[in-house]
Design a protein around this ligand. Structure first.
Ligand SMILES: NC(=O)c1ccc[n+]([C@@H]2O[C@H](COP(=O)([O-])OP(=O)(O)OC[C@H]3O[C@@H](n4cnc5c(N)ncnc54)[C@H](O)[C@@H]3O)[C@@H](O)[C@H]2O)c1
Length: 422
């Protein structure tokens, strides 16, 4: 293909090496995986591993590909985090930004540790200090699993600038996009556009949402606003179903107060159905909005849905994707359908340096416009080429990244001709 991106570098930096304490090292922690194994022709361009002996903080920043703009992606905290996981997430961001045609590159950062630990603030501060050379010039912190708005505020305080993080609370000028339900709204907009494209009337269409969390609840709310009938929702506690349609407004309001327990309360004495029952409910539109790999080959072969809109990341296995494609089920792939959050993040990037807060009406309008167009475009490409919609979306994103790399002189002629043909 084309040679490795020039300038790729891996850095390991230790902070807080005390003068009075001998360095500790556990040899068992050293695995055979080499950071170079994570690098291919697209990236990562830079991997920065950081640690701090005082707090025990260990973290990583992966900047994948900046051909289209500086690296931007959320910051995760998890007790099982690996450098490989962060690198994969950074790569997904490269495709996601290119697919919505916004000019940022892929990046992601992560902290290894339980996000509920008592000294979380000290760990976050140590992480921010350790990355002070990169942030905000090359990376801006954001939210992902394990980090919430209040954590972004800590980064801002530690590095003494509103410019170092997105996802800030409104009191610091931020846009709380989970609270506003922007990603779920985008999922619903993409669903409506594709439903029209495949002649599936959305008004009265039966919808099932697996995962009634931030994304799923907002998608359910918008879909019922658009006239669809939500006949089933599920969360980690179980499935709530009613073929005549659920009261989404009441469930959404209860979820704000009771979280996942809201579904159990709504089920009453009868209780919830099994957690996986949602995937077998009769429906026209299925929205997986919980976790990865839930639609396997069996589910794909038997679902009655004509349209699957992936709110969650990677909810459909490779086999299942092919089966759905062969059965004529339209699938809006994750990084097309759930890109609403990154569009909001793009607005937040500008707001970091402004005294004015983001106009949320403008964010919703842009999400709607971009996601509707993209979802239909990916379906059209899939029809033209016979590829799955995921492959079609990937081809579209990769061609854009490659074109930028070519203009920067990062690819040989052979790769450039591929862009021309795409
Ligand atoms: N929040 C965003 O802006 C955003 C953006 C892009 C992608 N995503 C992806 O969307 C998915 C959901 O994210 P979220 O922010 O809504 O998370 P969340 O934590 O708010 O909600 C997740 C919900 O899924 C439920 N759940 C867990 N296991 C389940 C199972 N087996 N069956 C049914 N439900 C189950 C949980 O109980 C919870 O209600 C994740 O894959 C996430 O990576 C989120």
């Amino acid at each position: 293909m084309f040679p490795n991106v020039p300038g790729a570098e891996a850095v390991h930096r230790t902070h807080g090496a005390g003068d009075d304490q001998p360095p500790r090292r556990s040899e068992d922690r050293v695995s055979d995986t080499d950071l170079f194994d994570l690098m291919d022709d697209w990236g990562p361009e830079k991997i920065v591993c950081v640690s701090d002996r005082r707090t025990g903080m260990r973290g990583v920043l992966v900047i994948d590909n900046t051909a289209r703009g500086m690296g931007k992606g959320g910051t995760r905290m998890s007790a099982t985090l690996t450098v490989g996981e962060v690198a994969r997430l950074a790569r997904t961001m490269t495709w996601k930004w290119a697919a919505v045609d916004l000019f940022y590159g892929g990046a992601k950062a992560g902290i290894l540790g339980d996000p509920r630990r008592a000294d979380k603030e000290a760990v976050l501060r140590a992480f921010a200090r350790a990355l002070a050379d990169e942030v905000p010039a090359e990376y801006v912190f954001g939210l992902d699993m394990g980090l919430a708005e209040a954590d972004a505020a800590i980064f801002v305080d530690e590095l003494r600038s509103r410019g170092v993080a997105t996802g800030l609370p409104r009191a610091l000028g931020g846009t709380p996009y989970d609270q506003l339900g922007i990603t779920g709204y985008g999922v619903a907009e993409a669903a409506q556009a594709v439903a029209a494209d495949i002649d599936l009337p959305l008004v009265g269409a039966r919808v099932v949402i697996q995962g009634f969390g931030a994304v799923g609840a907002a998608a359910a709310a918008r879909l019922s606003e658009l006239g669809a009938r939500v006949v089933g929702v599920s969360n980690a506690l179980g499935t709530l179903a009613d073929p005549d349609g659920l009261d989404v407004a009441a469930l959404t309001a209860d979820r704000v107060v009771a979280g996942d327990e809201a579904l159990r309360a709504a089920a009453g004495a009868g209780g919830l159905q099994h957690v996986d029952a949602a995937l077998d409910l009769d429906c026209d539109i299925l929205v997986p909005a919980a976790r990865q790999d839930v639609i396997d080959a069996d589910v794909a072969a038997r679902t009655s849905a004509r349209l699957v809109v992936e709110g969650a990341n990677l909810p459909t296995s490779d086999d299942a994707r092919r089966i759905l494609h062969d059965r004529g089920v339209a699938v809006v792939p994750d990084f097309i359908a759930n890109a609403g959050g990154i569009i909001a993040a793009a607005y937040s990037m500008d707001a970091r340096t402004s005294a004015f807060v983001v106009d949320t009406a403008e964010v919703f309008a842009t999400v709607s416009e971009k996601l509707r167009a993209n979802a239909v475009e990916v379906l059209a490409r899939s029809r033209r080429t016979g590829a799955t919609t995921r492959q079609a979306a990937l081809d579209m994103a990769q061609a854009r990244v490659l074109a930028a790399m070519e203009l920067r002189g990062q690819c040989p002629a052979a790769a450039v001709s591929r862009v021309g043909a795409a």
